[in-house]
Design a protein around this ligand. Structure first.
Ligand code: AMP
Length: 180
């Protein structure tokens, strides 16, 4: 399986790029943020447990997220490729992912979509999701800097950095060109 991981700050275009890549490669996407929002909107027990984290812009605890990921991953195990949007988002999730894929025949493609902070803030301010209010945006960016950025060091030998401060189409072409 070709496993494609997209790492990037909120507003970096991960979601859009995952969808474009999914369309052109015909690989499914596991988007943890979407699953989290679905659980919240359907008011499941899990959704109720996660709501307070999303509302403040904090990450949901990894034990819950790892379970969600594993279920979804297991259901897509036979796919020839898979795109991960928003997982892993912490080093402990990356360690968990390594355990999950250990011994499986997997080719890893890990991308960092690099976008300057001021561009991220501008993009997030123009988006209209419930967790895009100013103080929540600031907390989500801080959370990203503290908890997700260390992944860049964790994956440094595998990381492809792509400049995300460009048109959707150009970013997509660069990503596709780097896949092996
Ligand atoms: P996203 O749509 O990817 O920005 O995700 C929305 C929210 O879902 C985040 O702000 C987190 O609260 C939660 N979330 C998504 N992915 C993860 C993850 N891998 N670990 C923890 N929380 C997550």
């Amino acid at each position: 399986m070709n496993l494609i991981i997209l790492i990037g700050a909120p507003g970096s275009g991960k979601g859009t790029q995952s969808q474009l890549m999914s369309n052109s490669l015909d690989y499914p996407v596991i988007c943890i943020g979407d699953i989290v929002r679905q659980e919240m909107n359907s008011k499941t027990e899990l959704g109720k447990e996660m709501i307070r984290y999303i509302e403040t812009g904090d990450l949901v605890p990894s034990d819950l997220i790892n379970k969600i990921f594993l279920n979804k991953f297991n259901s897509l195990r036979s796919s020839k490729g898979l795109i991960l949007d928003g997982f892993p988002r912490t080093v402990d999730q990356a360690v968990f992912l390594n355990e999950v894929i250990n011994g499986l025949n997997i080719r890893l493609n890990i991308f960092f979509i690099d976008v300057p902070d001021e561009v991220l803030i501008k993009r997030l301010t123009y988006r209209s999701r419930a967790d895009d209010k100013e103080e929540i945006i600031i907390n989500r960016l801080n959370t990203y800097n503290l908890e997700t950025k260390p992944l860049l060091t964790f994956y440094k030998h595998l990381l492809n950095t792509v400049n995300g401060n460009d048109t959707e189409k150009n970013v997509q072409s660069k990503l596709i060109a780097c896949i092996n």
